[in-house]
Design a protein around this ligand. Sequence first.
Ligand code: PMP
Length: 424
Amino acid sequence: MARSNLDEIRVDISVSPRVNSFKPPKIRIISDQAKALMEAGVPVISLSAGEPDFDTPAAISEAGMNAIRDGFTRYTPHAGILELRQAICRKLEGSSQENGIAYTPDQVVVSNGAKQSIVQAIHAVCSSGDEVIIPSPYWAAYLEMARMAEASPVIVPTSTANNFLLDPKLLESKLTERSRLLILCSPSNPTGSVYPKKLLEEIAQIVAKHPRLLVLSDEIYEHIIYAPATHTSFASLPGMWNRTLTVNGFSKAFAMTGWRVGYIAGPKHFVAACGKIQGLMTSGANSISQKAALAALGLGHAGGEVVSIMVKAFKERRDFMVKSFREMEGVKISEPQGAFFVFIDVSWYYGRQAEEFGVIEDSESFCRFLLDKAQVALVPGSAFGDDNCVRISYSSSLTTLQEAVKRIKESLVPLTTRPLVSSH
Ligand code: PMP
């Protein structure tokens, strides 16, 4: 088609410096390459998924379909339909006593996914220059969300040896009068670690000493937890209710990633501010998904039988992965207690020369090597702030995991006899 003279008018294609400052998600580096290989017909096994491999339970989908049939397809209140917020309050305290935290519906805002809840919470409470304390390894979005709100992320490292749990003393040493928000994620993405109640109590004592400090407790993997580990909601600890923003959602435990429903609960002044932002951005969450979420909460304590079947499958896979990687030379692993990830330290392999590949330098080249040799896609730990490790999602069938482990083993074994060619 011929271009008109109007097309020649020069357009300023610059975008805001704020957007330019956002770092592209490293989590995609390997998965994009893996996708391209798959499209070219290479039988790649991708263990990079951040979502369950199960279908949304039928009762939940049915409620969504009924919502459409019933014409429940209009705008809802910005904070979410009252019956869902009431059900969330019952879940958070109520008869089922899941979390032991009392909220009223006006202290809850339902969003289009927990991600939206978190970004709104950070914007609602942080001013420019405030510090957001993020234990590493972290879910990378926290960092960019903090930057988006013109806050400064302050990273507090943890280690494999310590099951990736925060050292309260180290946390205390990082706090200043500018510290505004501590983000805790338990069970954790990417490590699968679960904070024991005693450790949370120690953290709460430190938080209590800092009047400006709030806690965002990301509990989205709450139900995907393996006994004897148990989940403690930070807001349920003495003195912490008025300091805590509790975030949860339906994506993980109920296999509802595409439905986009999450929520925040907390003191009304903070939650109302979150609602104000949401009112400007997206209004209420998807009406159909809210009905589906209501059905999910209707499944009973911790998602009832339906969720426990999924969790049982995840546990079987977790046990298989831990056993397999414990047997592998040069791998350090701390047994995850929740979520569906293992986060293993593979730095022993760094500095080793691989045939027809070159030297494995870091977590990214380790993943590139495995994609090349084993045709297995993992996520480099550098995407989560820990370059010694890689994240393996076991959100795939046991048979797929068995094949992936076999391929990884076959690729790594020849490296174990290779001398180090560079030091790390
Ligand atoms: N928190 C964590 C730790 C996550 O891993 C995710 C999803 N990857 C979310 C929050 C957001 O979940 P959603 O927006 O799907 O509810």
